[in-house]
Design a protein around this ligand. Structure first.
Ligand SMILES: [Cu+2]
Length: 341
């Protein structure tokens, strides 16, 4: 009968560490409160004024006390800090073999995209014991993606990718919440994550089979005419995108280009996205500012399509850029001088 959960289940590898730290801080607070109020009561009983003319002995400072109440709280705070750093590091670094899932938040739903092209709304599926890395963004306002049973949460920020990861330790169905007030139907921006065995998961995937993200991205790459500039064989018009993911890219320090001389950038998902949305934000070395590449804004490339393009670029190996179709015309950036420096 009694079903009033005050504590979510603990269903991921990081949950016990988050919980232990949390409980330690709660215990510390309870202990401090008990100490202060206990002494208050004790001293009231021991030292209350017994006669109208009673004057207590006067003290003017105590070195030992001063050092004590400075050093002890400092040590306690440093313990909480060091412990917090350890748990935080665990929470932010996904294992290398994590499965990628892309999440787009919008008023008021969560959309999920799998590398195989499968899509879901307000639902996620994961494999028991297998790490999953979520790359999260928003199409409109700030949201926050949270799975309390896994003790993970990350803001969904328009214009930027954030990540979180988890490894489920228990099969079952768990809540997904939006934990950032985002408008009238915020409280209904909820979902479920189903943790299943590998076999069931593969079955589920194949039932929802679609053209994979990278393949959809390849189609977009042709349709949006990226290929007219980013040709594999020649870097005359634009840099090659083959094996660019997680490479260090030297940037150009051109007149007006907003970066410091000698700057480089790591070609992670955020950089790839920025390069497509705002090509002139950072110019690859050897190319002119402003970029001749047109800015692909939301009307040309939605956030869902952006994930597909990025999945495609990540999959692009040496010599795999599709050959340029000579019948397409090259789009140019509005107002920017065409051609190469
Ligand atoms: Cu929301």
């Amino acid at each position: 009968m009694w079903d009033f959960p005050i504590w979510p289940e603990s269903a991921s590898t990081v949950a016990p560490s988050v919980e232990a730290l949390y409980l330690f801080i709660v215990a510390l607070n309870i202990g401090m409160t008990a100490l202060v109020f206990g002494l208050l009561v004790l001293f009231s009983v021991l030292y209350y004024r017994r006669a109208d003319d009673q004057v207590p002995p006067q003290y003017h400072g105590s070195m030992l006390l001063e050092i004590g109440w400075t050093a002890i709280p400092t040590v306690i705070c440093l313990i909480v800090f060091a412990w917090g750093v350890k748990v935080y590091a665990e929470l932010v670094v996904p294992p290398a073999d994590s499965m990628d899932v892309y999440i787009v938040g919008r008023q008021w739903m969560w959309k999920a995209q799998y590398p195989g092209g499968q899509r879901e709304i307000n639902a996620l599926h994961a494999v028991l014991g297998k790490p999953v890395k979520l790359t999260i963004t928003s199409e409109d306002v700030l949201h926050s993606f949270s799975i309390p049973a896994f003790r993970v949460k990350s803001d969904a920020v328009p214009g930027r990718y954030t990540t979180l990861w988890f490894q489920p330790t228990q099969a079952g169905v768990y809540h997904i919440f939006c934990t950032e007030y985002c408008g009238t139907e915020h409280s209904r921006m909820i979902g479920k994550i189903t943790v299943m065995e590998e076999g069931d998961y593969q079955k589920w995937l194949s039932e929802k089979a679609e053209l994979g993200d990278a393949l959809q991205g390849r189609k977009l790459f042709a349709k949006l005419q990226c290929v007219t500039c980013h040709a594999g064989e020649s870097q005359a018009r634009a840099p090659s995108l083959e094996e660019i993911h997680m490479k260090r890219i030297p940037l150009s320090f051109d007149k007006g280009s907003p970066v410091a001389p000698g700057a480089t950038v790591l070609a992670d998902e955020n950089y790839l996205r920025e390069s497509i949305r705002y090509p002139s934000a950072k110019i690859a070395a050897g190319y002119q500012y402003p970029s001749i590449m047109p800015a692909y804004d939301e009307s040309l490339v939605s956030e869902d399509e952006m994930f597909q393009l990025i999945a495609y670029i990540k999959s692009l190996k040496k010599g795999q850029t599709p050959t340029r179709n000579e019948h397409t015309t090259t789009p140019t950036a509005l107002g920017a001088p065409a051609g190469r420096p």
